[in-house]
Design a binder for this molecule. Structure first.
Ligand code: GRF
Length: 202
């Protein structure tokens, strides 16, 4: 399975995917890594010899136009074209993908989110869980639809929140579960153990 991975930040989930896909017999490989900004995590891809590209929203007149250019850059690497659609993995891309982009790849388009969706969607999931006084939260890997963190849930893992736990510590503990959950979800999609077709995304 050909993977395109999309990031905005440090890329620790990307790094976990690179390490997994480099193992002999892993049923997927990363063909490109895209970002919406000069993300520090792009260095993980470069170090692994994986092509990267940056498409910045501010360079385009609208979100839709940005999405079209971002989608085309992915398709240039053979993901989302031809009989084998491949898989687009949003792994810390901190931007909402426009509808045209989603329709281009759906349902072969997944995201990882640091909360137990449908709880705490959006960009501040860890902060929102703490602000709500939650005693547990977690991570969700889901198909991206045209809403914000609303697509069909594929896999989840739960984390207890320690009393008074700071946001950064909780997020780091979530990420420790998130990386293997994302890797295993990609593996299951690649082997066909997990089917994306017919999930009624979008
Ligand atoms: C992850 O927790 C992701 O779910 C969230 O941002 C974090 C990205 O971490 N939206 P990294 O860049 O993969 O280290």
């Amino acid at each position: 399975l050909k993977l395109a991975v999309l990031i905005s930040g440090g890329g620790s989930n990307l790094k976990a995917l690179i390490e997994a896909t480099e193992q002999p017999g892993f049923p997927a490989r990363i063909v490109c890594v895209g970002a919406d900004t000069e993300a520090p995590g792009l260095a993980h891809a470069t170090a692994a010899g994986i092509p990267t590209f940056v498409v910045r929203p501010r360079d385009y007149g609208s979100r839709d136009e940005w999405g079209q250019v971002f989608a085309a850059a992915i398709q240039e690497h053979g993901v989302g074209t031809g009989p084998e659609p491949g898989l687009v993995v949003s792994a810390g891309l901190m931007r909402i993908l426009p509808g045209g982009f989603v329709r281009e790849f759906s349902p072969h388009l997944i995201n990882t989110h640091p909360a137990l969706l449908p709880l705490y969607p959006g960009a501040h999931a860890v902060r929102d869980a703490l602000a709500a006084g939650a005693t547990e939260t977690g991570v969700t890997v889901h198909i991206i639809d045209e809403g914000v963190d609303t697509g069909p849930v594929l896999r989840q893992a739960r984390v207890d929140i320690a009393p008074g736990e700071p946001e950064d510590e909780l997020h780091e503990r979530i990420k420790q579960l998130e990386r293997p959950l994302l890797v295993e979800t990609v593996r299951e999609i690649a082997t066909g153990a997990l089917q994306l077709e017919g999930t009624a995304a979008a």
